[in-house]
Design a protein. Structure first.
Length: 326
């Protein structure tokens, strides 16, 4: 079912407000947390402090001179301006949230929203991370401007796959992701059951996945270690979807998900894997078929033509042969 004009306008407004909010918050994050004068031996010196991973660090700026006073004055003025802009944007978000919820825009749960915002502000979404679980389908609803009828039930977890620099795999990336997440929710820890899984005090889980090849390159990653799975390498191909939806509270949330064609074909491939639990296989097949149908009908910018099919891995060609060409 196509999203209504009113829903599309609301999503556009949510996207614009998100972009304005992120710009302000990103600039604030790049600034010192504060500046202050310290008197030492009757002379004033300027210091700044920053907070990283929950710890406050102090840095010397300089002895009081006209130039140093200008630095202090510009910091205070810039900080006051950004704080005012942030307050204004967030007040507008609070005002708009009830309407966006009432319009039933594509949405993720509130915890997922907080997690995605943390990774968004850290500039990891779309650059280092793609959402590959059920919530990826929410991104495709926005991209297609259509609501899907299957597989859209909420979950209590998030699944990510890593986008890896093939030339220089970064084994420290998972640790930095965890530190970023802990600034939002310090209760997240690595599960004792699996190093690929984070869990918070409420039992909310986050799984970190990658291809089997890159799992070897990231074998030294600690304490969060991505799990290598066959087929994950296909999910980083093509053109990822990057869009904005809302969370259950009505706040805008950026999300990045794999190219919908590869995601759909990966789901169909998963549904036929030996040993796949029947319930999961049926869900995979339903989601894959529904998404392929949406791509064909509503996403002409993601063509499923012969040129695209020709470059597919053989395993995915087998899936598209019956679902698309047939």
């Amino acid at each position: 079912m196509r999203l209504s004009d009113e829903q599309l306008r609301a999503l556009n407004n949510a996207g614009q407000l998100h972009d304005a909010w992120k710009e302000v918050v990103s600039r604030l994050a790049q600034m010192p947390g504060g500046m202050y004068w310290r008197v030492i031996n009757s002379r004033e010196y300027l210091y700044e402090y920053v907070s990283t991973t929950g710890k406050q660090q102090t840095k010397y700026v300089g002895a009081k001179t006209p130039e140093i006073e200008n630095i202090f004055r510009e910091f205070k003025e810039t900080r006051a301006d950004l704080d005012a802009r942030r307050a204004g944007i967030e007040a507008r978000l609070v005002e708009m949230a009830p309407m966006w919820r009432a319009l039933r825009l594509p949405a993720v749960d509130t915890t997922a929203g907080r997690i995605l915002r943390a990774f968004d502000i850290g500039d990891f979404l779309g650059l280092n991370l793609l959402v590959v679980g059920t919530y990826a389908l929410k991104a495709y609803e926005v991209e297609a401007a259509a609501a899907f009828s299957t597989g859209m039930d909420a979950t209590d977890d998030l699944d990510f796959t890593l986008l890896i620099d093939q030339a220089k795999p970064d084994a420290d990336l998972p640790r930095r992701l965890l530190l970023t997440l802990k600034q939002e929710d310090s209760s997240f820890i690595v599960s004792t059951a699996s190093a690929k899984t984070l869990v918070n005090k409420n039992g909310y889980k986050i799984d970190l996945l990658t291809s089997t090849e890159y799992a070897k390159a990231l074998a030294s990653a600690i304490p969060w270690k991505p799990q290598g799975l066959e087929g994950q390498e296909w999910l980083v191909l093509g053109k990822p979807v990057q869009t904005v939806l809302i969370d259950f509270q009505g706040r805008p949330v950026a999300i990045a998900a794999p190219d919908p064609r590869y995601f759909a074909l990966h789901k169909l491939w998963l549904s036929k894997r030996p040993g796949r639990p029947r319930a999961k296989a049926v869900k995979d097949e339903n989601q894959g078929r529904a998404l392929l149908q949406a791509v064909r009908k509503y996403m002409p910018h993601y063509p499923l033509d012969e040129k695209y099919v020709a470059k597919l891995p053989q395993e995915l060609k087998a899936q598209i042969r019956d679902s698309v060409i047939g």
